[in-house]
Design a protein around this ligand. Structure first.
Ligand code: ATP
Length: 288
């Protein structure tokens, strides 16, 4: 069995520039991987089938699973006769804005590249990933990057300043399609992506905190007001900066002081079941 790590991502910024003629939104987002990860196990099968095995009943066990789609794509494209059993040990909350499914697909692409000795470059794997979903290319590279286009064009960035990240996920799942569907582009407040890139490049934690922004927040807040409450509590317990990740509902708080991390964690655990304290993985290879 080959094991591959599939880390979650958070959005430090998420901007939507305009709606394209092909109905996709043109986005600009800065994403970074964190050390909350699913574990993907890949085991060859002689019968040629692709099987998904997961103890989590919310993980689809058929072709709807992004990891299944990744295996099918490589198998069909490169004429592989062998099958594979894909075991998904889920740690990343589902439909949370943390790209769990996309990261499972990316880890499957990386793992099968090794198992099936395809010798594909990371760029080639990312190109395949884009056929599965907009966030998959970023997850193939991991680390920190600016993503443009519909999210599939990746420019690598250095590691952000080190800090703790407290993730809190309210007990609701959010449909990314519904949130994008509810977005009104007129009059939205755009995050300052350039300033965020500068904060990362100059390793300025203060500037990073000031530059967080996500245009989808107001849409998700209207659909699920409990997300605003979590954001307020995160501030109240002492986070330096707070933002919703992706289309939500997960909210993350940044802290650079160890004593305050415990206070925020304990405070949030009072009314939110899923709270995690993680670190950003920066520019380290998520496979390591
Ligand atoms: P993003 O941040 O990219 O919008 P997300 O974290 O909001 O993603 P996912 O956890 O990827 O959302 O799940 C979205 C949907 O994808 C789920 O409702 C589920 O049915 C489907 N799905 C497909 N493959 C997987 C997988 N491997 N793990 C979890 N969900 C998956």
């Amino acid at each position: 069995m080959l094991y591959v790590k599939a880390p979650a991502k958070i959005n430090l910024t998420l901007d939507v520039l305009y709606k394209r003629p092909d109905h996709y939104h043109e986005v600009e987002m800065i994403m970074t991987t964190v050390d909350l990860a699913d574990r993907i196990g890949l085991e060859p099968r002689k019968d040629g089938l692709i099987k998904i095995i997961s103890a989590d009943r919310f993980v689809p066990d058929d072709e709807r699973n992004f990891a299944y789609q990744a295996a099918k794509l490589l198998k069909d494209t490169y004429g592989i006769d062998e099958g594979v059993s894909i075991t998904i040990e889920k740690e990343i909350p589902i439909a949370a804005g943390l790209a769990g499914g996309s990261s499972d697909a990316a880890a499957t692409l990386r793992g099968l590249n090794e198992l099936w000795e395809l010798n594909l470059s990371v760029d080639e794997l990312a190109e395949h990933g884009a056929k599965i979903g907009s966030d998959v290319p970023f997850c193939v590279y991991g680390g920190t990057a600016l993503a443009t286009g519909r999210g599939e064009k990746i420019q690598k960035l250095p590691a952000p300043p080190t800090c703790w990240v407290v993730l809190a996920k309210p007990k609701i799942g959010v449909s990314t399609a519904d949130v994008y569907g509810g977005l009104k582009l007129e009059g939205i407040e755009h995050p300052n992506t350039k300033q965020m890139i500068q904060a990362i490049k100059t390793n300025s934690y203060e500037q990073l905190c000031q530059s967080l922004g996500n245009v989808l927040e107001t849409v998700t807040f209207n659909l699920h007001p409990e997300v605003i409450m979590i954001k307020e509590q995160m501030h109240r317990f002492g986070a330096d900066a707070v933002l919703m990740s992706g289309s939500g509902p997960t909210v993350f708080g940044l802290v650079d002081n160890e004593a305050r991390v415990g206070r925020i964690y304990n405070g949030l655990r009072g009314f939110c079941e899923e709270v995690y304290v993680v670190r950003m993985l920066g520019d380290r290879n998520p496979l390591a």
